[in-house]
Design a protein around this ligand. Structure first.
Ligand code: ATP
Ligand code: ZN
Ligand code: MG
Length: 504
């Protein structure tokens, strides 16, 4: 895809530009086109690719400019370089630059750009397609240009074109390890069986279960195994991460780039004055129904989302700080609270729910420390699944959607960044279920939250999400409901199953 930028702008000065000022402008334009705009541009780049002032004119206190470029010293970058030059050149004539007004900003893309790749956002005023060109007229302020809005739009279009080439949300999947096959002793669906035994019952919200004592004994047994075999030996410390993620957190974590269809949104009351809410309460008292439409007018936000990925809300703890070498690698985990995802039609049993429980392990340090920890974790997990849980499982390297969206994989050219999914075989459905993952996230989080390490080296982070519903579903699907058939490590930690509820 080839890109061409063209802008028209008015530079407004404090006073009328007289003949002397005009010749100063003429000299500045020659200097800019001849030298200033070529700075930093590699040799051999054709001149039409480099930003240049193609037209200028003066009327009273206004200097009018037209700037064009290809991909080098883009028109808006050229504008800002020229702003500095002309500011000091006309300063000598006692003229101060008061304001820059962007009159027109046109981006022309040449190549295979389908219409669906053009974002529908307010900056793009009009889109014209003709003969292999897509012409975008942008409405942007100087501030928008300083924020690199045109560059981001072009990048976004490039990403959309690329994504369309992949055909949607495909994950690259590459098998790393497969455990030995296990004898099939049970072929039932564990969710159905648990529901029949009244171990679990649907909660009142979609994709939500109320867990009775027995499955929680399993949850706790798995948690104990994770603690004894992974968290303690590898030296992770427990923290409590917030479970409401603000837009700021989700922006810095990168989730704001695409998480919208899958989050639970959080709103707050416009005021906590009871009088403001009295009619709502009265309506309920009279009808027995909560008036949702009335609520809509009385709430602000959404201010963010319920916990989606668990680790993003940790990062403000170290945001803007430099972490001492003696603390590295930082190794922490969170097992407080729930995660929430709007899984829509995808809800299935306890393995794909809207409200789930997860232990999230997080670590960061140098590139080497971070990738080594991912390997250590893989080793520990392998032992747990093979020797303690005796599962039939496999793991595969996948490219997660957020990295694919950010163009991180490939862009950094390194194999170390990415996610390993751990999958268990489900005999009842003859399918594999992802029950946890280990991700090396590169510098994404340290960069997003501005975290540095003492040595000044690149800081990388990783995380691993252990889904307790998924572990339970995988375990019961393979081992069934007779504790006599369960591996010793689990039986020991579960103890006797508590039959608390009996019904008439
Ligand atoms: P899937 O592809 O199955 O939707 P995912 O790629 O969305 O999974 P991640 O974002 O990697 O999952 O989340 C990490 C872990 O959190 C998963 O391995 C799983 O254990 C758990 N998890 C994610 N979504 C759910 C869900 N809807 N229900 C239960 N557990 C979940
Ligand atoms: Zn994470
Ligand atoms: Mg998912």
């Amino acid at each position: 895809m080839h890109v061409h930028f063209a802008l028209k702008a008015d530079l407004c000065f404090s006073n009328e530009l007289g003949p002397d000022a005009r010749s100063a402008v003429d000299a500045a334009v020659k200097e800019a086109n001849g030298r200033l705009f070529c700075k930093g541009v590699p040799r051999g780049v054709p001149p039409e690719e480099i930003g240049r002032i193609t037209l200028w004119d003066v009327e009273e206190n206004i200097l009018f400019l037209e700037i064009e470029s290809g991909g080098y010293t883009r028109a808006h970058d050229a504008l800002f370089r020229f702003r500095k030059l002309i500011g000091s050149a006309l300063g000598k004539h006692h003229l101060g630059l008061r304001e820059i007004r962007v009159r027109e900003f046109r981006v022309t893309l040449t190549g295979d750009v389908m219409e669906s790749a053009i974002p529908r956002i307010p900056f793009i005023q009009s889109v014209k397609c003709d003969e292999g060109n897509v012409v975008l007229d942008l409405q942007v302020t100087t501030q928008d240009l300083e924020n690199r809005v045109p560059d981001r739009i072009v990048k976004l279009i490039e990403e959309k074109v690329q994504a369309a080439g992949y055909g949607g949300k495909t994950e690259h999947w590459e098998l790393l390890y497969e455990s030995p096959k296990k004898e099939r002793t049970y072929t039932g669906n564990p969710t159905d069986e648990m529901a029949a035994r009244h171990w679990i019952r649907h909660g009142s919200s979609r994709g939500q279960w109320i867990y009775g004592p027995q499955p929680i004994q399993l949850f706790r047994a798995f948690t104990a195994i994770v603690e004894e075999e992974i968290i303690k030996p590898l030296g992770f410390s427990e923290m409590v991460f917030p479970k409401l993620d603000t837009w700021d957190v989700l922006s810095r974590s990168g989730h704001a780039k695409g998480v919208y269809p899958e989050i639970y949104y959080v709103c707050i009351p416009k005021t906590r004055d009871p009088a403001f809410w009295e009619d709502v309460a009265d309506y309920f008292k009279v009808t027995g129904e909560v008036p949702v439409e009335m609520l809509r007018e009385r709430i602000d936000g959404p201010i963010g989302a319920l916990c989606y990925a668990q680790c993003p809300s940790f990062w403000p703890f170290v945001q803007g700080r430099t972490v001492a070498n003696s603390s590295l690698p930082v190794k922490i985990f969170d097992r407080s609270g729930t995660s929430h995802r709007y899984e829509s039609g995808g809800i299935h049993g306890i393995e794909r729910v809207d409200e789930f429980h997860r232990i999230e392990i997080v670590w960061f340090g140098t590139v080497d420390q971070t990738t080594r920890m991912a390997e250590d974790l893989h080793g520990a997990y392998t032992r747990v699944f093979n020797e303690l849980l005796e599962l039939e499982w496999r793991c595969a390297k996948v490219t997660p959607w957020f990295m694919a969206q950010e163009g991180m994989v490939g862009a950094c050219g390194c194999d170390a960044v990415g996610t390993t999914d751990y999958e268990a075989y489900l005999p009842y459905s003859d399918a594999w279920l992802e029950f946890q993952n280990v991700s090396v996230n590169g510098d994404k989080y340290p960069k997003g939250f501005n975290v540095k390490i003492q040595s000044g080296e690149e800081c990388w982070s990783g995380c691993s999400g252990i889904g307790l519903e998924r572990w339970t579903a995988a375990f019961l699907a393979q081992k069934g409901f007779d504790p006599a058939e369960w591996p010793e490590a689990v039986v020991q930690r579960v103890g006797t199953l508590n039959e608390v509820f009996r019904f008439l």
